[in-house]
Each structure stands twice: as C-alpha cells, then as structure tokens.
Design a protein around this ligand. Structure first.
Ligand SMILES: NC(=O)C1=CN([C@@H]2O[C@H](COP(=O)(O)OP(=O)(O)OC[C@H]3O[C@@H](n4cnc5c(N)ncnc54)[C@H](OP(=O)(O)O)[C@@H]3O)[C@@H](O)[C@H]2O)C=CC1
Ligand SMILES: O=C(O)C1=N[C@H](C(=O)O)C[C@H](O)C1
Length: 300
C-alpha cells in the first residue's frame, strides 16, 4: 500500500537533491506522531510511509496528509520491513518512540539490519544498549531528552559536576517529576541529571525520585494546565544545605511535545551528516548534537 501524500513529499524532498528519509517507529503514539509531523514539515526530509507499530488496530496514521501504514511487529517480520525500506528508501534513518519494554530489542533489530537510528524512547537496560550499539559500529543518537534547551541545562549540570566535583557535599536533594499518567517509567532525563548531582556530592538514590502521575496532584500542587495532562514533563530538583539555611531549586516545565519533536528532527539531520561523512565516531547523544551547533537547525 502506498501513502496518499508520498508523491508530494518525494517531489519536495528531491528538489534540493539531498533527501533525508525517515521511518518513525511508534508513529501512532504521541511522540512518534509529533516527530513525524516535524519530518514532513522539514524541507528535504521524506517520511517513509510505513513504520513498525505494536497493535494491528493502529493500521494507519495520518501525518499531515501522509498516511503511514503501521506494520504490526507481532504479525509481520520487523526485520523484513527494515530490509524492504532499505531497498525502497535507501539511506533512511529510523526514529524510535515506542515503549521502555521495546528499547533493547528494537535497538538490537536496527543494529542487526545496519540501520542508523535516533532512539528517543526511554527505559530498558540503557547500559546494555549503549554497549551493544557502540560495539556494533552502527550509527545512532541515543538520548532520554531531545528538547535542546533542556539538554543544554542537562549539559550545564554535567559541566558543573566535572568542574566542581563534590561542591554540594552534605546537601540534601529532592527530585519530583510529573508526567502524563500513561508514562510507564521514571523519567530518563531526571535519572541523567541526578547522576550529575551525585557527582556534585549529593548521594541521591534514584528510587527516591518522586513520580507524580495522578491528575489531582498535577492540576493542584504541580500547576499542570488541564490541556497538557496527556503530555507534559514538570521536573523540580531542590538542594538544601545540612543546616537548612541555603537552598537551590532547578526547574524545567514542558507542556506538549513540540520541543522534543524539533530536537529529534535536528538529531536526524545531524546523524545523516555523520553517516554521509563516514565519521569514525558512531554513537552520539543529544549533547553531541548541541555541541555541533545544531541549536538553530529547526528554523532553517
Ligand atoms: N527522548 C525524549 O526527549 C522523549 C522521550 N519520550 C519517550 O518516548 C517514549 C514514547 O512516549 P509516548 O509517545 O508518550 O508514548 P505513546 O504510548 O503515546 O506511544 C508509544 C507508541 O509506540 C508503539 N509501540 C509500542 N511498542 C512498540 C514496538 N515494540 N514496536 C513498535 N511500536 C511500538 C505504541 O503502539 P500501540 O499503540 O500500537 O501499542 C505507540 O504508538 C517513552 O519512552 C517516553 O518516555 C517522550 C518524550 C520525549
Ligand atoms: O515520557 C515523556 O513524556 C518524557 N520522557 C522523557 C523522560 O523520560 O525524561 C523526556 C521528557 O521528560 C518527556
């Protein structure tokens, strides 16, 4: 089956002679859909009109007029789908926004079929995934946070920890993160930022991150607007000195999905350049994308 809008997308994409083709796995979900819309809007990018999904019920997803057919990973062989896309959309890059329980198997699948990928999905065994992908030499951007401004904050915390290790020794850290109630895991971003706070001397246990998933707390004390209950990320990191006389609070509150979708599309462009240049470094995170000056790519 061919997508309705494919001819239009292909015409526009081929105009500059540098098409970047993108398959968005999990396209029927919130992040997959937002990212696919970003791919369609980005000049020179072409959306592959089929993608891996989990439920056969998610047969097709409309992406700004392009229909993307869901290929049920349970019914059709996912590897065969990737091989077909390699023939029909040479050089395509995968974006994965599926679910934490698919992270490791999907990453292994992309490696097996030699497909470069941007992994936005959180959770799973991260260490194993990073090790396996690095050893394979498969090109990938893997990051629990694609929102570039949040990544800049994440990078600042990392730099602070590198420059001033132990600076917050004796301080008590509390971490609260609120997300839509469908979110299955603890925020991957919060975990990454806590790692820097621990390097600063906080000694915080990841199990002590307070997860807020109930609507009453979200609309009440967290102040999440009702229209964003189904897609938000409100994070607060609070540091208090041992005697209680000094405190610091870091907060990033995101409503909606666009900040992540924009960053993901930029990550795709970054990865395509790395693949085309046959860069010897193959595994990247979003801090690498930012460092390369990709902050403003989205608006180009
Ligand atoms: N890195 C970042 O910046 C961000 C990361 N995320 C992460 O992205 C992930 C997705 O979030 P969100 O979009 O809100 O979740 P959703 O539940 O809205 O979407 C997930 C989608 O993945 C599909 N899916 C599940 N398993 C598979 C599989 N094995 N293969 C293919 N498709 C599959 C689901 O299909 P079906 O409906 O058929 O089950 C669904 O369409 C989460 O891990 C979240 O934490 C979210 C925001 C930003
Ligand atoms: O599921 C989400 O929504 C988000 N997931 C990522 C995470 O786990 O940190 C990024 C952001 O918090 C939104």
């Amino acid at each position: 089956m061919r997508a309705r809008g494919r001819a239009i997308v292909a015409t526009r994409a081929s105009a500059d002679g540098a098409t970047t083709r993108v398959m968005v796995n999990g396209v029927s979900g919130k992040m997959g859909h937002a990212t696919a819309c970003g791919v369609v809007k980005r000049a020179g990018f072409e959306l592959v009109p089929y993608a891996l999904t989990k439920r056969a019920t998610a047969a097709t997803t409309d992406v700004l007029g392009t229909e993307v057919r869901g290929v049920d990973v349970g019914e059709e062989d996912a590897g065969e789908t990737l091989e077909r896309a390699k023939r029909e959309y040479p050089g395509f890059i995968v974006v994965d926004y599926t679910q934490p329980d698919s992270v490791n198997s999907n990453a292994a699948l992309y490696v097996k079929h030699g497909v470069p990928f941007v992994m936005g999905t959180t959770g799973g065994d991260r260490e194993r995934m990073l090790r396996e992908v690095k050893e394979s030499g498969n090109y990938a951007v893997i990051a629990p946070q694609m929102g570039k401004q949040v990544v800049a904050f994440q990078a600042a915390m990392k730099l602070m920890a590198e420059q001033f290790p132990g600076a917050f020794e004796g301080y008590t850290l509390t971490v609260t993160e609120s997300h839509q109630s469908s979110k299955k895991d603890t925020s991957g971003t919060a975990k990454a930022i806590v790692a820097s706070f621990n390097d600063l001397g906080c000694g915080f246990d990841l199990n002590d991150i307070e997860l807020v998933r109930d609507v009453e707390s979200q609309t009440g004390k967290m102040g999440v607007p009702e229209e964003h209950l189904l897609g938000h990320a409100f994070h607060t990191y609070r540091l208090t000195s041992a005697d209680g006389t000094v405190s610091f609070e870091f907060q990033h509150n995101v409503c909606g999905r666009s900040i992540y979708a924009e960053g993901t599309v930029d990550a795709v462009g970054f990865l395509k350049r790395k693949v085309d240049a046959k860069d010897p470094k193959t595994l990247y995170d979003m801090i690498d994308v930012l460092k390369e000056g990709a902050m403003g790519e989205w608006v180009k």
